[in-house]
Design a protein around this ligand. Structure first.
Ligand SMILES: NC(=O)c1ccc[n+]([C@@H]2O[C@H](COP(=O)([O-])OP(=O)(O)OC[C@H]3O[C@@H](n4cnc5c(N)ncnc54)[C@H](O)[C@@H]3O)[C@@H](O)[C@H]2O)c1
Ligand SMILES: O=P(O)(O)OC[C@@H](O)[C@@H](O)[C@H](O)[C@H](O)CO
Length: 374
């Protein structure tokens, strides 16, 4: 079985690649990072370490790489014969990789009539839908029907904290022991991929919203407030009681939304929050606030971890005071090493906070969310 995975980065190698390898797939990593691809082809394996006292380690074998910038035809070939295609490149990159996937699907339709599932493993509501739309827009109309008949596009939620790496071997990756990979069952074409660790569900929305608006909302509030207070890591930020209280306040708000919207058990949700704070403060992980705060323009989007729960709470007549603290902090994020942070500050300087936030978040300038940030 061949698994083609786009993005040989932290989640690609530390999570998806590990599960594919353990499920006996030969894993083809597609990336534009020449050094990583060269090393994958040279070593054909790497190690995953768990960030824990025991430091369990796992050898991931049967892997190789293709540089899609220099060898696009090899990627097309791989997609034509793949048994599964997954991605972890960042939501903004999905339209870029869609071009090659579309070429691969054209070849596949002509040569191989086996069903295929394509799963985007990104932090986004409807991540695979975004990829599917981009792929269809790259395909001539004559291929749409055949591709939609043969190819499943299930959405997914993925959860595992994988910080930036400092391993001696650049292929090796340290990950937290916890993981969750939830996939929308009804969108699968053919047999469900036999990957131990995937949890197939009918109601993905509840899982993805609970994950994004708890893990990622909590992370974002920690990182943006931490950055403002000069903290280097998530762990350091959460040692500050004011930041910790602010994070809890935001998570109590999103918790209220989740319990109301999806009928989650209140106490179980509180335990879920506690578990997540425990994961954030894992002493074996060093997670820079600048990783977690990355791409602030994306993170201030309409369906994203700060604005979406705030909007949904307002619709229920609940003023999202704690989330607004996080949104305001995000608007101050000015890390020069992050292109979106630089762009965000340029927009705010040119247009003012009100217009800039309304444009980035897609909400009205007179919305209480925008006004609350002035
Ligand atoms: N790291 C985490 O804790 C975590 C957890 C859950 C989900 N995610 C999500 O997974 C995705 C990837 O995050 P990450 O932390 O692994 O980032 P990362 O930067 O470590 O990895 C992304 C990889 O994509 C590659 N890439 C960029 N452009 C490409 C292109 N055109 N074609 C092929 N590859 C390309 C990069 O070279 C890099 O290797 C994001 O959507 C993120 O939100 C991350
Ligand atoms: O990957 P991002 O930029 O969407 O968000 C940063 C972190 O919150 C994220 O990577 C978490 O570590 C991850 O989502 C945990 O499952």
């Amino acid at each position: 079985m061949l698994g083609v995975h786009f993005g040989a980065g932290n989640i690609g190698r530390g999570f998806i690649g590990k599960l594919l390898s353990e499920a006996n797939y030969r894993t083809c990593f597609v990336d534009v990072n020449e050094e990583i691809i060269r090393l994958l082809n040279e070593k054909e394996s790497y190690q995953v370490f768990y960030a824990e006292e025991e430091k369990r380690s796992f050898t991931i074998t049967n892997v190789y790489g293709i540089n899609s910038a220099t060898n696009p035809d090899d990627v097309v070939e791989a997609i034509a014969s793949a048994n599964i295609v997954t991605t972890a490149v960042g939501t903004n990159i999905l339209p870029i990789i869609a071009k090659l996937i579309a070429r691969g699907l054209v070849k596949r339709v002509e040569e191989n009539n086996q069903p295929l599932n394509i799963i985007a493993c990104e932090n986004a509501i409807g991540g695979t839908d975004i990829l599917k739309k981009a792929i269809l827009s790259e395909l001539d109309g004559e291929y749409h029907e055949k591709v939609l008949e043969m190819v499943g596009f299930p959405n997914a939620a993925v959860d595992r904290i994988v910080p930036n790496q400092t391993q001696e071997n650049p292929l090796d990756v340290m990950v937290e022991p916890f993981f969750e990979w939830v996939v929308e069952k009804k969108a699968i074409k053919g047999a469900v991929p036999p990957i131990e660790g995937i949890h197939y569900v009918d109601n993905l929305n509840a899982y993805i919203e609970r994950k994004l608006y708890t893990v990622n909302t909590g992370h974002a509030v920690t990182a943006y407030l931490g950055y403002l207070e000069g903290k280097k890591t998530v762990q350091e930020a959460l040692e500050d009681s004011e930041i910790r209280n602010a994070v809890y306040k935001a998570l109590r708000e999103t918790g209220k939304l989740m319990v109301d919207k999806y009928d989650f058990d209140q106490q179980a949700h509180e335990a879920y929050i506690e578990k997540i704070i425990g994961r954030f403060t894992n002493p074996f992980i060093i997670d820079d606030v600048t990783r977690v705060a990355r791409n602030p323009i994306k993170k201030l989007g309409y369906n994203e971890r700060l604005i979406s729960p705030a909007r949904q709470l307002l619709e229920r007549d609940i003023y999202p005071e704690g989330l607004l603290v996080g949104i305001k902090a995000a608007l101050h994020y000015n890390f020069e090493g992050d292109e979106e942070a630089v762009e965000l500050q340029r927009k705010i300087k040119e247009q003012g906070v009100q217009k800039a936030l309304a444009e980035i978040s897609g909400i009205e300038e007179d919305s209480p969310i925008v006004v609350g940030c002035l």
